[in-house]
Design a protein around this ligand. Structure first.
Ligand SMILES: CC(C)(COP(=O)(O)OP(=O)(O)OC[C@H]1O[C@@H](n2cnc3c(N)ncnc32)[C@H](O)[C@@H]1OP(=O)(O)O)[C@@H](O)C(=O)NCCC(=O)NCCS
Length: 142
């Protein structure tokens, strides 16, 4: 049974371990604290038998929604966990009045591209441009 719910701080170590195990950048506690002051209802985890098996981080700037840091534990893949998480997140975006949702996928992430296309997310030809603000130490994109 897959159970999706909002993140709470006692989940942090499990979520950080999941991101690390799936090669995603781990959001530091400070960044997460800032994010949770805006739209805490868009940071979701999925539990299977009481264990955190998936995570997704959504943001909404009042105009567009963004989906970041989706990850499912390798031992729990192809069981519909990411589909449940994204479905719940989309429902929450809709409730907030969000008209379009965007996300970034590395071009060589064939599995991730397949997954997103299965859910109706289409690749766009735009090229991502980015610039860190202030401190120029390494900052992950998403
Ligand atoms: C991509 C990822 C989130 C998918 O999670 P998941 O829980 O296994 O996905 P689901 O079970 O909901 O898959 C739904 C459908 O997407 C497609 N899909 C999912 N993984 C796929 C894969 N590896 N190859 C091809 N199609 C895939 C299938 O159509 C699948 O339906 P099916 O299993 O009935 O064939 C997971 O593989 C993952 O965490 N990967 C590493 C991190 C990552 O790439 N995150 C996304 C970054 S943008």
């Amino acid at each position: 049974m897959i159970y999706s719910r909002e993140f709470c701080w006692r989940d942090y170590d499990d979520v950080a371990a999941l991101w690390a195990a799936t090669g995603r950048d781990v959001l530091p506690r400070g960044e997460l604290t800032a994010k949770l002051t805006r739209d805490p209802q868009l940071f979701l985890v999925a539990e299977v038998d009481g264990v955190i098996a998936g995570v997704v981080l959504g943001t909404y700037d009042g105009r567009r929604g963004w989906i970041l840091r989706l990850a499912v534990d390798p031992a729990h893949r192809r069981q519909g966990i990411a589909t449940v998480l994204v479905g719940e997140l989309e429902a929450r975006f809709t409730t907030m009045g969000c008209p379009r949702v965007n996300l970034l996928v590395m071009p060589d992430s064939t599995a991730a591209l397949r997954f997103w296309q299965t859910l109706g997310y289409l690749p766009m030809p735009d090229v991502l441009c980015t610039k860190p603000m202030g401190d120029t130490s390494r900052q992950p994109l998403g």
